[in-house]
Design a protein around this ligand. Sequence first.
Ligand SMILES: Nc1nc2c(ncn2[C@@H]2O[C@H](COP(=O)(O)O[C@H]3[C@@H](O)[C@H](n4cnc5c(=O)[nH]c(N)nc54)O[C@@H]3COP(=O)(O)O)[C@@H](O)[C@H]2O)c(=O)[nH]1
Length: 742
Amino acid sequence: MQRKEKHALFWGIGQLAIMAGGIVWFGTADFMSLQWRLYLSAFFLSAGIAGYWSGTQFFIGKLRAVHVRWMAPAVLITSGIFYLLWNIENNWLPRGSAAALGFIMLWAGTRLVGINNRYRFLGLTLMLRGGFNLFAAVSLSQDMYVVWFIGTSLLKVLTMLGLVYAVQDEIQQRYARTIDSLSHGFLIRDRRGYVHVANERCAKLLGFDNAQQLIGKHVCDLLPGLSREMADHYFFRFEADGVQYPIADTATFKLRNGNHLPVELLGSPYIERGRLYCLVQLLDISERKKKDDQLFQAARVDPVTGYSNRHALSDRLALKVARAAENGRECAVLFIDLDKFKRVNDSFGHAAGDELLRSAARRLHALLRPNDVLARFGGDEFIIVIPDLAPNSAEQTAADCAEAIIAAMARGFELSYHAISVTASIGIACYPKHGTDSDTLIRNADIAMYEAKKTGRGEQRMFTEDMNAVARDGLVIDGALRGAIEANEFSLVYQAITNAQTGKLTKVEALLRWNSSLLGPVPPDRFIPVAEDSGMIIELGTWVLDQACRQVGLWKQSALDDVTISINVSSWQLADPGFVTLVSQALIRNGLSPHQLELELTERVLIEDTLNVQTVLAQLRALGVGISLDDFGTGYSSLSYLTQFHLNTLKIDRAFVMDIEHSERSNNLVHAIIAMGHSLGLQLVAEGVETAGQATILEQMGCHYLQGYHIARPIAPDELLRFADSRAAALAQTPAQPDFVI
Ligand SMILES: Nc1nc2c(ncn2[C@@H]2O[C@H](COP(=O)(O)O[C@H]3[C@@H](O)[C@H](n4cnc5c(=O)[nH]c(N)nc54)O[C@@H]3COP(=O)(O)O)[C@@H](O)[C@H]2O)c(=O)[nH]1
């Protein structure tokens, strides 16, 4: 038997003994009628049994078996005593039983007092009653029965109070133990916000030493950031109709120590004595929030560079724009594209590409102020946001920053196994001048970046409204270009290139024409850049190559039998890994010997990806195909290209040819180009020859070939054939001159 069970048992026996004593007394009392004595004795008996029952029930709810075991003998004993009292008319029994009871009560009382606070009062009343019983057994005479009765009844009331207190305390302790064992915080507050119950976990969560410190406090005193309105509003929801419980909220509380605690609150109504309270469970969600934050962050960080990604950028830019709007400030968006990054990936692999992106990002970041934002927007695109700029300063600040970026990129990159040089093209849009929301600013900076790319690599451009029109135009063209090949909207025209000395038609340049069913005739200057941007130029270029070679094949056995066809090739085509195979297949399919094909490249193609271009050009030259450098003099005009790449023809741009008769400078320049071409063993073609005077000067300067409206405009194949026939006939009548041989 456990200690508690023993106490319960003594309590029960004590109760029975007291009752028995009471019965004996009344059984022997002369001042009452027998009927009254029996009546009171029966009352005391039943009260004793009830006391025994409730006492044992309270102390040891589970002692059912024990008190049932003792119940029967107790009832039997009391009944026996009652029977004896009925018959025996002396008082040794009541005195003896009172004495025995007194000892038992004293003993039980001292035990109870020693257990804990809860039993102290009960124990004291028992000790008092034990003492009073002993006193009554020894010195109380029969005529003092009334004193005894009143005394013992009063003491009994005190015992009952002690019992009630112990019961309450036990219930409260049990309740407290239960809520303290909860793994989350728990509190009950009233309508006004005062805390009535709280558990230890709740105290710990809110930065208090123990739950007791919370009781009686207002929730706003527990949480410094919480206002009375917020606390009231929280409670009002429990008074509303049709609410689903528990009401779940998440909040971040500011604690007394200044820390912040993210919690989930589960609120339920709780009614006690007709009063509505609110029972709140607080779940610490710091860990969950940390994980959520980590996931959120991961979804907003670019895995390659570790800087913000596109999603994060939109939010951050929107925030910066909103702040700028609030404070009357400006901000700038720089759209940065690494020129020809794709080639790095294609030539050196994706690991090298990623390494380049990381290095470029670090270099960009090093140029920024603490509040500036750097994000990787897409493949090789970065965006920098410069916020909080003074009115009318955004454009200049952004332009300075762009210049610094271009210079930083120009330093070249030392990757693990390769040294790579890239340039950056930058488009700038500023708030509020070029857009008042993040999407517009990014789009306009992007448009400006495309314009920068068109100007040349490693350039910056500030957005202007007319760029928008161009971009819109580009979109329309882009849409119309799709399906245009299948719809047979393209055709080729051919422009004669003649030997400057003999006048013989030796070469023709194939030039693409597009008669769009939607837009009508669109000049190549407009649709070729769009096709390059969309990547469609590869398909289109393949079509041109095939079509032009087929045409030369058809000219066999005609005046154009051994003509060389010149085809314009875009940088995207050269980057295509299957390009060399495509060329050789086109030659074979159409029965052309390789020397009949010349590919025209611009200087820009050469500068963009030196290593890859060099390899492809070497393969083409090995095949026997000619390589011609178009528009020479307009771009970088680097002599190194002329030796580094496997070129065999230089085309002098019409910008110089145009002024050759009137401008000494142009004249000198063309002269120098021709002299240099000679020394390098290159064939020279003058473009845009429009007058006989120009033709004569060029011929005298030693230019090998002439192309331009003076000779022929770009014309359809049949027309060109007729032109070739008539020219051959005319030449047959003039004395024969040797064709140019290099
Ligand atoms: N990648 C490809 N580019 C192509 C292709 N076809 C054309 N193009 C390029 O488009 C640009 C414009 O070409 P186009 O409008 O056809 O103009 C050519 C000639 O018509 C023009 N030309 C020739 N002679 C004269 C002249 O005496 N005066 C004058 N004002 N213009 C003249 O020059 C253009 C040819 O230039 P080029 O290519 O530099 O030899 C142009 O850049 C084309 O390259 C294609 O299939 N693919």
